[in-house]
Write a protein that binds this ligand. Sequence first.
Ligand SMILES: NC(=O)c1ccc[n+]([C@@H]2O[C@H](COP(=O)([O-])OP(=O)(O)OC[C@H]3O[C@@H](n4cnc5c(N)ncnc54)[C@H](O)[C@@H]3O)[C@@H](O)[C@H]2O)c1
Length: 393
Amino acid sequence: MRQIGVGVIALGWMGRLHSRGFRQVAERYPELGVSARLVAAADPVPANREAARGLGFEHAVEDYREVLADPQVEAVSICAPNFLHHEIAMAAIAAGKHFWIEKPMGVNAAQSRAIAQGAAAAGLVTAAGFNYRHQPQVEHARELVRTGRLGRITNARVWLIADYASSSEGPHTWRYIRAQAGAGVVADLLSHGIDLAQYVLGSRITEVTAMTDTFITTRPVPLGVGVGHSAVAVSDERRSVENEDYVAALARTGSGALVTLESSRVAVGPRAEYVVEVYGTEGSLRWSFEHPEHLQVLIAGEGVHRGYTTVMSESGYGDYGRFQPGPGQHLSFDDSKVIEAGQLLESVLTGRQVAPSAGDAWAAAEVDEAVVASAADRAWHAVPEVSGTTYAF
Ligand SMILES: NC(=O)c1ccc[n+]([C@@H]2O[C@H](COP(=O)([O-])OP(=O)(O)OC[C@H]3O[C@@H](n4cnc5c(N)ncnc54)[C@H](O)[C@@H]3O)[C@@H](O)[C@H]2O)c1
């Protein structure tokens, strides 16, 4: 069994998930013959460092540079707030560490480009946090598109509508500061939608036009620090929200499909309604994260019914069989992080890029940037082509 020493930088919501993901790889992917050794974690918050032992780390430090300097560490997870991704990733590249980085990879396309090109030039493998790709029914949807079962793909709709910021009394964290988070929900959720569209259709988005808005324009200053989107006590002082709450975009892919993309972080109602619909000349499909084990499919000429049939997950759809021995169950958000951890370690082991790559995250960042530019000038914007992506068939 080959052991790969890993470090996790930041132990908030994602950092803890990455850590648990690494721990499961040896068991879920026994044929790889690889296990993660959780060497070190870094987080400036003492309570998070205290959590490190329970997560299985040998030690925890305050400064991420110590993790990067550790010769026992071969690969690192970068799970800090967005504005630190570029600094930490460039330091990881300089230290020769493979890395798994959360989305959005930088706070803008230039940062993302520097990270992706830096990793490629250094011969490093990467993983990017596009975890919805790994849902078995998303993999099955991609397979139906790839094999032409839906005919020529004419159009697709992808939306990620959430309520995590729907309260105007929610704390004004780094997520609402443009220099720290980037383009609000465009960077946070639309980036997932862009990756899902490119992955399922196997084709890149080449041009976009978009509208954006900020519906909650001020938020109270927090008195403490939370994990992820959790609530913390707030003061009476309020600060301006500097980035987007909502985005709607029209896009075209290189394969000629028309795509609508939409994201909100302030919806009152849907909590995490993440949906992919694909329409082709011979059929169509619909997947929703609210029932991830279902894929609604209609293939013209097959079966006796008109309208969608619900297909349930089973072994053979993506990595489903590694998690559930029987059909019809669902894989959780956390399970998809185990798959991503497995793909990173397989990439480190083989030198072959298996996981969603830094190139994929750069591609999403270029679309994000074109969306923001279009919302500002109300024109169509071409999306620059990038290298190192993995979504093409
Ligand atoms: N893939 C997904 O679906 C998904 C979901 C949620 C968040 N994310 C991304 O993950 C990243 C982190 O989000 P989160 O929700 O885990 O945030 P979080 O607020 O829960 O955690 C951030 C952590 O970073 C730590 N930190 C701050 N400065 C640091 C430093 N200098 N060195 C090391 N650690 C530092 C904080 O102490 C905190 O523990 C963001 O980029 C976010 O966009 C991705």
